[in-house]
Design a protein around this ligand. Sequence first.
Ligand code: AMP
Length: 527
Amino acid sequence: MSEIVLGIDLGTTYSCVAICQNGEARVLEQKGGHRTLPSIVAFNPDGSVMLGHIAKRQAITNPQNTIYAAKRLIGRNFESPEVQKARELVPYEITQGPNRDPRVKCFGKSHPIQEVSALILKQIKAIAEEAVGERLEKAVITVPAYFSDGQRQATKDAGEVAGLDVLRIVNEPTAAALAFGFKKRMSKKLAVYDLGGGTFDISILDISSDTFEVLSTAGNTFLGGEDFDLRILDYINSNFESETGINLKSDPMALQRLKDAAETAKCQLSSQLETEINLPFITTINEESKHLKASLHRSELERLTEEVVDQTIEITASALEMAALKAKDIDEVLLVGGMTRMPLIQQKVHDFFQKPPSKNIHPDEAVALGAAILGETLLEEEAPILLLDVTPMSLGVRTAGGYMKILIAKNQTIPAQASHIFTTVTENQESVKIQVLQGESRLANDNQLLGEFTLTDLPRAPAGEPQIEVNFSIDSNGILEVSARDMVTKREQSIVVTAASYLQEAERPGLANQEIKEVLEEKTESL
Ligand code: AMP
């Protein structure tokens, strides 16, 4: 088996693959010279699939069966606001799976999101094998820094379904920083501003020679290039509607064409001041064909989308604050993700940091290159670099009264481990339910439930007497394992929190309906 490790940037809209040999990283090209692959899968009625460029090309005529932006859904709960928002945005059907996971439905068959992502990863593997000329299995896959535990686990699962041995899940901005600073022996504070098709991430790093330390990270997994496309789409559509009385949103094929045209216009306006949107035969009314023709100026695009850009700047400010730094403390600003080609974004980032962003990085390729660099170093016995990443959100458990007790705070360096002693609330309480939560609210219900399990057979004792040690350990992939141990009987129960673990537990009869009094209470400090 080859010792080459694939560095895979599994993007919302485009993916990229690189390898690194003897410290030199390079992007692998596809036949035809493409260096990125659309992250798109289209299903055929016979169950076969089309992938990448071929899938993208036929999207207009087959919008209901062409799955794009699966990354927005992976590892989430069907009921989450993000999945509900996606259901309004995309022309394909998103249904609820048996584990309350979102699935995509094409030709009557529902597909787990991991399967969709696995198909893309399989294609990436095939592209790489063709470019290198040998079988490749090992991979490092990148995810947005702001991905939750469940989203990371689901991405890793997708890699495994694709036949990859996933050595590491690494944050995209950390990978970009590696591509920038590897072997350069620099000492710098870095901001990596990453705005892709569907997600925004900002990370503040401290590079000191071979040590890459993430100081803070923040972001929004539902803010990206698509939001810009939709604002253009809404603007053009409402103008068209006031002229013709036709709302193109009721016609999936017309909508898909308009969406593509909006994205193209947005990209063109990065290099020119004005562009035309020209969609002949966009629809018919009373057997009369209607054509859509509109022009769009860069200043109009900026007016429509400035608010979205400002949101990213606000998040950037909060990341700096968490790192206890000021904008002027940052030595280099890296721009990653296709959207950072937009002049307004470059200008706002420049204004915020009061310095021009670095030109020494390729916005579409840096993440895959960094992943490949990390991949090669993972094969070495003594790692030549030290990566200190952080967990993006606080992790804890639900306690009596409906609160969350944080065990691992956000922006804590990983790998990390923490434990805390809890006790029971009622007399002779036989079991405690451990609910693992992620989020920043003091109230448990406002945070995301990552998983739950029950520690049973507690010895009979008055309330407040048993000592139950809950231990959290988060590995270098950002994946969490939680255990609970009764200090008297030494009985222990644990879970690795996975995308579906909550659901499997909840489906087991008897566990889901436990009363609130059976939750943990935080043991008082005197213990
Ligand atoms: P990524 O997820 O990093 O591949 O970024 C893809 C996003 O970047 C999509 O929303 C693209 O429309 C957008 N994009 C690509 N090229 C440009 C460009 N020249 N100007 C503005 N946006 C772009």
